[in-house]
Design a protein. Structure first.
Length: 635
């Protein structure tokens, strides 16, 4: 009876022609009718290439980098998409106090030496890279000083000179440096680190001993509550503006390297093309799990042009070397399912066939590079096994069965985990072995060795005929407002340290807890409203707004909405609104904790941008977890 009255209370309105109200200008939940995430830069699919850091740390040279560039071409990897040859930390000798330009270390990069007197230049280096059909990437820091100046004090490749000469980072020099790197030298890609704003407090030993100018930290590695997220974002946004100014052709990639700190996992998509979601990877299985975990629940924050970056691949070393090919394949499979940038961190000049076979598996790469840009969503997670499903642009699914642990496991994959009809046959192709087992109906079981990932492409009959669930089109969604009012560290991430057990280990430190999730509540629980659970939908907090690119392809939006049982605030009420190109199409009455879901339906014929708003009543004292259950767009 109660359910019936709730359903009857749903108001479906068709207000074609209504104007965006006046309060829209100041209200972050007001519809904009457009895509508000950054569309700058050139990263329609995750960037692919090579970076020297994992193989050489600071021990870089022009020979090593050019040798690897040549190897990308000679091995055929560049044809498969690995085109960025990036320089990392260590390329500089100092900042000239005459013209304020950063000088290239010509002992390491002889081609940068000037013919006579004058500034050094990377232009000859970049030109050679371009002549090889490749693209070139440069590296800097958002502060005054760099990571190596704080953490790699024994290398001979640190900048030298006075305090000011050793300030090679971007702080105070954004316009001039970006102009030099992109307009004069011709780079195509920049990675911008963040040690300069995190590790140069006046109390730090290296600052005192080496006479660096103190920089009161605005980003705190292990204290997310103290980071000044807005200020960090503003510094990176200043770089974004300079890139737009000096690269009006938009042909560049902007890589933010703030290691998941300062809430970058939320705002990276509004500023850059990729952003690190975790601290540095090192070649240990447990550390790979940390990087993977830092991105795996963030599918809704990634989309074409903007990618979660769990770090450079460590395939070729440690737990992912020639003696651990199963682990190396797992690492690669998982990165492709996360739509991660595929940046090789291995010395390709000495690569053996087994390693090259991994990097050059075109079927695996195709999953990463699928143009829909739908990051995989967790379909199952318990104990040591994760099942990830990624919807491809042609309607097929990529599916990974991942055993994190050290025991073999019989993993059962169901058609409904793929959002396929349980009564129709499902055909799988193993993208590593190329085998196709006989089609299954309903479910099939696969043996997983310890640490193995089985990676398949699946074809079947869609469970939802004539449409897509929103969680199958994460690449079309921008979480413009996720309702998180205070950044909290995500507790769901594998904790590892740097090898020493002194101190108390690594505490949760990547903000983003409570963020929007596909097929889960914002607190990583099953979607549930009142007595009912939902296998699919979007979980998000109240006072949120999502933009969904419908592109005029759909006729109707459907969802079952309400307050999720995982909500911390059980007191307030929430109303749900559906907009199409800025016009209100449907809304719900206020709903509260414990009530069954209510149905929403909106005619979206011809609509380019659907916006989904969940608004708490003014008296709600804290965010309310809400669900857009079974949210779908139908053709
Ligand atoms: C930081 C970054 C790494 C690498 C080093 C270089 O640790 O996260 O990816 O660039 O600095 O010093």
């Amino acid at each position: 009876m109660r359910l019936k009255s709730m359903l009857c209370s749903v108001i479906v309105v068709a207000l074609a022609g209504a104007n965006v109200p006046a309060w829209a200008a100041t209200d972050p939940l007001a519809p904009t009718g457009r895509w508000t995430a950054s569309i700058r830069g050139s990263a329609a699919t995750p960037p692919m290439g090579w970076n020297p850091y994992n193989a050489f740390s600071m021990d870089i040279s022009e020979d090593k980098i050019m040798g690897n560039a040549q190897a990308l071409v000679d091995t055929g990897l560049s044809k498969l998409g690995y085109v960025y040859v990036n320089i990392d930390d260590g390329w500089w000798s100092g900042r000239s106090q005459t013209d304020q330009q950063v000088q290239v270390n010509t002992r390491l990069f002889p081609s940068a030496a000037p013919a006579g007197s004058g500034p050094t230049s990377f232009k000859p280096f970049v030109t050679r890279i371009h002549q090889m059909g490749l693209k070139a990437g440069i590296y800097s820091d958002i502060g005054r000083n760099t990571c190596s100046q704080a953490y790699n004090l024994t290398t001979p490749n640190l900048p030298r000179g006075t305090q000011a000469e050793r300030e090679v980072g971007l702080y105070g020099h954004v316009d001039g440096d970006i102009r030099t790197y992109f307009k004069e030298w011709g780079f195509d890609y920049i990675k911008i680190d963040a040690c300069g704003i995190a590790d140069y407090g006046a109390d730090r030993d290296h600052v005192k001993a080496l006479g660096y100018r103190p920089f009161p930290p605005i980003m705190f590695r292990n204290q997310p509550a103290l980071s000044q997220d807005g200020d960090v974002r503003a510094l990176y946004a200043e770089v974004g503006a300079a890139l737009a100014k000096y690269k009006p052709d938009n042909q560049y990639v902007f890589s933010i390297c703030s290691w998941g700190k300062a809430d970058v996992r939320k705002w990276g998509k509004d500023v850059g093309n990729l952003w690190r979601t975790s601290d540095d990877l090192y070649p240990r299985w447990s550390r790979m799990l940390q990087s993977y975990d830092s991105a795996v629940t963030r599918a809704l924050y990634s989309h074409p042009g903007a990618w979660n970056d769990p770090d450079i691949l460590y395939i070729g070393a440690g737990d992912f070397d020639q003696n651990h090919l199963l682990e190396a394949r797992s690492h690669f499979s998982l990165w492709t399912m996360l739509d991660a940038p595929l940046i090789i961190g291995y010395d390709l000049r000495t690569a053996d066939k087994a390693m090259l076979d991994i990097f050059s598996n075109a079927d695996v790469i195709a999953i990463d590079q699928d143009r829909a840009g739908n990051q995989a969503v967790l379909a199952y997670r318990s104990g040591d096994v994760d099942i990830l499903v990624k919807t491809l642009s042609d309607g097929r699914k990529a599916v990974a069965l991942f055993n994190r642990g050290l025991q073999p496991f019989d993993a059962t994959l169901t058609a409904s985990q793929l959002k396929f009809d349980a009564a129709a046959p499902v055909k799988l192709t193993d993208v590593w072995s190329k085998e196709s087992p006989s089609p299954f109906v309903g479910q099939a079981t696969f043996k997983l060795a310890p640490r193995e990932t089985r990676l398949f492409v699946a074809q079947g009959t869609r469970e939802l005929p004539g449409g897509l669930y929103l969680s199958e089109m994460t690449g079309r969604i921008n979480v413009a407002e996720d309702g998180v009012t205070q950044a909290e560290a995500d507790p769901q991430i594998q904790r590892t340290g740097w090898g020493s057990t002194k101190g108390d280990g690594e505490w949760p430190s990547y903000p983003g807890w409570g963020g929007a999730q596909a097929d889960a509540s914002p607190y990583s629980t099953e979607l549930s409203m009142g007595p009912q659970s939902f296998a699919t939908g979007i979980g998000i907090l109240s006072n949120s707004r999502m933009e969904v690119r419908a592109n005029g392809e759909f006729r109707r939006f459907l969802a079952e909405v309400g307050v999720d049982n995982a909500t911390r605030n059980r007191m307030g009420t929430v109303r749900f609104f559906v907009y199409g190109d800025g016009r209100l199409l449907a809304k719900s009455d206020p709903v509260s904790f414990g009530q069954p879901h209510v149905d929403l339906s909106a005619d979206v014929t011809g609509v380019t941008m659907v916006e989904l708003v969940a608004r708490a009543d003014a008296a709600a004292s804290s965010p309310i977890a809400v669900d857009w259950g079974r949210a779908a767009l139908l053709h």
